[in-house]
Write a protein that binds this ligand. Structure first.
Ligand code: AMP
Ligand code: MG
Length: 419
């Protein structure tokens, strides 16, 4: 992969603060995927690969915001009503074939172009008809009920930037200036493994004695899919050097990223780190975080490698806060930092200073609508029910040694970290 140097994730042996780790990832990871053209219908969740410049104004002409009567403001009496002949009827999609003359009114419908020589539209409900004349009340403002040409988009403006995630509104905006297809980045090809002799696939029936069902391969695959990746599920690796080695070796060539969970500690049965080291390079990241240690980042030939911790909550949280920024950088995304909301804590707790900590938490509004954030009672890194029951993460910075009720804390909604 052209975007990653061999030692791209090398950070030394220090316990690394989270922000520094994140900065290293962002500085060193480059987009590794190619580009392709997709139709608007296929564009949802993709990443725009070039700036979009508007080839026309939107709206393309001044048009009526209401059903009613268009006039030239200068034809209106100041303090009394005005009586004008109705000379034409203009519906949306059917512009008048001539410029308006002074002293006439035209019946106009929402979205129809305001004729040249007219500037102001009366709502149907505000006027009275008298045969083929319309009686217009005084007091309207010049330009009322007229949507100006270019009030949304001006021709030549860059309206969507390269690196933008395409949501419904970006797709709609691209359509509104006439794009039928868009140049997007190819999806990042990701291979997902779980590791551990104890881990069993729930898709293959009942787990045996001493086994646990594989949660991580399903959470990680779903998270990757949510980020727009193309996911290859490569199953569960036993705690065996030979099998891990051949599986990773086979997976590397066809993928931009290999992501595993479990097996990255320094225990005797934790082989992932050594295998990746022997096939490429690995950096064992001793991040000062909770939950989440340990995790590993590295490279096998041209394929990035992320080893997530085995505990299911730790795997998800480190994915959201560490793997996600890397994946998005490799995928061409920009400006993907989650929005952080400062909310008063409804809890108090002690915390070890010197590390960043994430809590699963819920937002609640009181009768006055004031928000507060509630810590989920079980915070163990294997308690996956805490993720299901929560709205997001409270992120506590390194320097804090505790939280008192009412302190403002940083809250990151899950929705900010799953796309
Ligand atoms: P490890 O990092 O391999 O020591 O795993 C840490 C803990 O996470 C152990 O209790 C494992 O059983 C558990 N674990 C590892 N992988 C998974 C998985 N795919 N799904 C659920 N739990 C797992
Ligand atoms: Mg294990």
């Amino acid at each position: 992969m052209a975007g990653l140097q061999d030692d791209c994730f090398r950070i030394g042996d220090e316990l690394l603060p989270f922000d520094e780790g994140l900065k290293i990832l962002k500085d060193r990871a480059r987009v590794v995927v190619g580009m392709e053209a997709v139709s608007l219908r296929e564009a949802l969740g993709r990443v725009l690969a070039e700036d979009i410049t508007a080839p026309r104004d939107v709206p393309p002409h001044d048009n009526s915001a209401v059903d009613g009567y268009a006039v030239n403001f200068n034809d209106l009496a100041k303090d009394t009503e005005t009586r004008l002949p109705v000379t034409a009827r203009i519906a949306a999609g059917h512009p008048m074939d001539r410029a308006a003359e002074r002293g006439e009114a035209v019946q106009i419908f929402t979205g129809a172009p305001v004729p040249e020589g007219m500037d102001t539209v009366f709502m149907q409900e505000d006027v009275a008809l008298d045969g083929d004349h319309v009686i217009l009340p005084s007091g309207i403002k010049p330009g009322a009920n007229r949507r100006k040409q270019g009030e949304d988009v001006i021709q030549g403006d860059v309206i969507i930037r390269q690196g933008q995630l395409l949501r419904a509104q970006e797709i709609g905006l691209a359509a509104s200036v006439g794009f039928g297809q868009l140049k997007v980045y190819a999806r990042l090809r990701c291979a997902v493994f779980s590791t551990g002799d104890e881990v069993a696939d729930p898709a293959f029936g009942e787990a045996g004695e001493g086994a646990i069902y594989d949660a991580n391969r399903y959470t990680v695959s779903a998270l990757l899919t949510g980020l727009g990746c193309e996911v290859t599920d490569l199953g569960i690796l036993p705690d065996s050097v030979a099998e891990i080695r051949s599986a990773l070796q086979d997976a590397a060539p066809g993928h931009d990223l290999i992501i595993t969970s479990g097996g990255v500690s320094l225990g005797e049965e934790d082989h992932i780190t050594h295998v990746v080291q022997s096939l490429g390079s690995i950096d064992f990241w001793r991040l000062a975080i909770k939950p989440g240690r340990p995790m590993a980042l590295g490279k096998i030939v041209d394929t990035a490698f992320v080893g997530l911790p085995g505990n299911p909550v730790a795997a998800m949280v480190t994915f959201m806060r560490i793997a996600r920024p890397l994946i998005l950088a490799l995928s061409g995304r920009r400006d993907a930092d989650p929005h952080v909301f400062r909310i008063p804590a409804a809890f108090s707790m002690k915390k070890k200073a010197g590390r960043r900590e994430w809590l699963r938490a819920n937002l609640q509004a009181d009768a006055q609508g004031t928000m507060s954030v509630h810590k989920y009672p079980s915070q163990g890194s294997g308690i996956l029910t805490s993720m299901v029951a929560s709205h997001g993460l409270v992120e506590l910075p390194e320097e804090l040694d505790g939280v008192a009720k009412g302190d403002l804390v940083d809250f990151l909604p899950f929705v900010e970290m799953t796309s």
